[in-house]
Design a protein around this ligand. Sequence first.
Ligand SMILES: [Cu+2]
Length: 411
Amino acid sequence: MVMRETEAEILPGRRSRVLTYHGSFPGPTIRAKSGRRTVITQVNALSQDAVVHLHGGHVHPDHDGYPMDVIEPGAARTYRYPNRQPGATLWYHDHSHHTEAEMVFRGLSGAYLIEDPAERALRLPSGRHDVTLMMRDARFDDDGQLLFEMDDFRYRNTLLVNGRPQPFMEVSRRKYRLRLMNASNERYFKLGLDDGGELVQIASDGGLLPAPVPATSVELSPGERVDVVVDFGRYRVGTKIVLENTAFDSSEETRQVMRFDVVRGAADHSRVPDRLRPMHDLGPAAKEREVKFSLDMTIPAFVIDGKIFDHHRIDATVRRGETEIWTVRNEDPMGIPHNVHLHGTHFQVLERSDRPLEGHERGWKDTVGVPVGGHVRFRVRFDDYTGRYLYHCHLLDHSSMGMMAQLEVVE
Ligand SMILES: [Cu+2]
């Protein structure tokens, strides 16, 4: 895959300069298979350093996209992804230190789907009825060029789904699996259908939930994913349904995410079984850990446990195979939202202080919101590899400014 700058028609009739994986905005969707290794050589034809991280991948630290493991312009790097994990909706994106927010904003992200033979027997909607919707916001200048300024989330008021502003999709009267991904730098989405129709949550960041959970809306902070099944069979041909964003900061401009136009009848042999995939128990915790997310007004900078990221420093040491309980607190004095993403594993959320857990938050997670002035608790275990992994806020402008820390998994 070649990373290069090119132009894309994002806004109708305008050519915008974008950074791409292989010429595509967003990057091409990679379809991997559970139990079968994927090897991707990334060639950097950009004019700056790049790093590729597989978000949600259980991969060796050498292939995880560590911020200092840069691919220099003109160079290449081969990433090996074992896919020894169940089917799930992952994504890949830039993680170059201090520049990841701008690189991702300009286009360096794409979907990475792990397909799982074990899912086939469930007969969930599949093939062209299994659709990935990568949602994000963007800001354009008067010439239709992407305009990036650090942390100016207030002005990123153009919503894009798979690189298109507020698009529509023609659907048949049947069930669809929609993989909803929040690929925004900083925007939160609260997604629902404008008629209040049911979304059935079936998978979270780490793959299938134990059982389907119906909802009328789902909340996603940056980096989170949820797979839902929507049964368009309940609508008449000719119906138009809007996927809406009703997050706390949504406005007139950012309310409509996309539209589904029901255009034809269809046979539907898919189903949503009562049981999907059992979740194993991580067992009792050998250690409890507290992590504090904040803003140090004297630096000023977003900090984790009072510090900005230093790749020479190990912030936490974790034993491989040992379960821990983490409490992550948002003590930001300005009341700024943050979330927490762990590389290298998935975790089980126990509670969040602001509200009951949503269905998908009860499944395997790699990213979760940290409530303003409150906390989130989760059980976590690193089973796969030893070595260094990051944990950080996934509001990418924050991590770019140093809101990251690293742990070392040891034997
Ligand atoms: Cu943050």
